[in-house]
Design a binder for this molecule. Structure first.
Ligand code: GUN
Length: 292
């Protein structure tokens, strides 16, 4: 079997197209959706991600404010930045790019973001709603992007067994909740660094979501014939044959395409979906200010 491509770029283009009408309607009501992206430090990958988010805003006519703080900024400076963004009534979404420098308490800072502006869906109030099975709040962008991609491809989840590799706050944990939610109805196993025999769990799974940050960990002999495999990983691996000395690799080995029925590429799979969902959350936040 050769896997069909779970094409995040194509799916994200559909999502963005739908958003254009909603953005237009906001503007008719005098509201221009506005996202603030805060980045602290000089992690090159984070800067690439943040630039893609700002470019998506430009594409769609969403206002963006890009705030950069140095890696030696104090936690208090980030607090004050968040508080001043919370207070701006013409700003609808706040995203603090993760990871923050090690001397900062990322969770405490997330707690400070006004929940209605928490377009990452990481605030305890929004995550709490997700745990309760209320899907109408801000949902974390990467896992909700994965769900949108599965549904765009017409992939059935009801009664399927799903393995989520990784239990991170940003992806694995919320992903497992979304897959197991009423109406989605997968039976979910979360595997992590202490799980015994992850390979055989994967081998039994109908759906594998790999979000561990280990290059090409999921190999063809981990995958059942015909399984759906979503690759959330984006890793830099040394590659002397490239001029720049490295290449991007997902958490899934490319040869898995010979076993899976669907496989998301890296890049061009989950990445564009994360950004599309961030745009959607920002537009929803702007719409909600008009209802309030
Ligand atoms: N770092 C990696 N992914 C994300 C994300 O979805 N949101 C934020 N804030 N930081 C990230």
């Amino acid at each position: 079997m050769v896997a069909q491509r779970l094409d995040g770029k194509a799916c994200a283009a559909v999502v963005e197209e739908e958003l254009l009408d909603r953005i237009k309607a906001c503007k008719v009501n005098g509201v221009v959706p506005h996202l603030a992206v805060v980045i602290v430090g000089d992690d090159p990958a984070s800067h690439v991600y943040v630039n893609s988010k700002v470019r998506a805003c430009e594409r769609l006519g969403i206002l963006s404010t890009h705030i950069e703080l140095p890696s030696d900024a104090s936690e208090q400076q980030v607090r004050e930045t968040i508080q001043s963004l919370n207070a701006k009534s013409d700003l609808h979404g706040i995203l603090v790019q993760s990871p923050l420098p090690k001397h900062m308490d990322e969770e405490a800072l997330t707690d400070l973001i006004e929940p209605s502006k928490d377009v990452d869906g990481f605030h305890p109030q929004n995550l709490g709603r997700l745990v309760q099975g209320r899907m109408d709040g801000m949902l974390p962008c990467t896992p909700s992007g994965v769900m949108r991609l599965l549904s765009w491809a017409g992939i059935e989840t009801k009664g399927k067994s799903a393995v989520v590799l990784g239990r991170s706050r940003i992806v694995g944990m919320p992903q497992s909740l979304l897959l197991g939610a009423k109406g989605v109805d997968a039976t979910v196993t979360v595997a992590h660094s202490r799980t015994k025999d992850t390979q055989s769990l994967c081998k039994d799974a109908d759906i594998i979501i790999a979000a561990v940050g280990r290059a090409e960990m999921v190999r063809p002999d981990w995958v059942k014939e015909g399984a759906v495999v979503v690759d959330v990983g984006i890793n830099r691996v040394d590659d002397e044959s490239r001029e720049r000395g490295w290449r991007l690799a997902g958490d899934v080995h490319p040869d898995v395409a010979q076993k899976a029925s669907w496989l998301s590429p890296v890049p061009g799979g989950v990445g564009p979906m994360t950004i599309a969902m961030l745009m959607e959350n920002t537009v929803r936040a702007a719409e909600q200010t008009q209802r309030a």
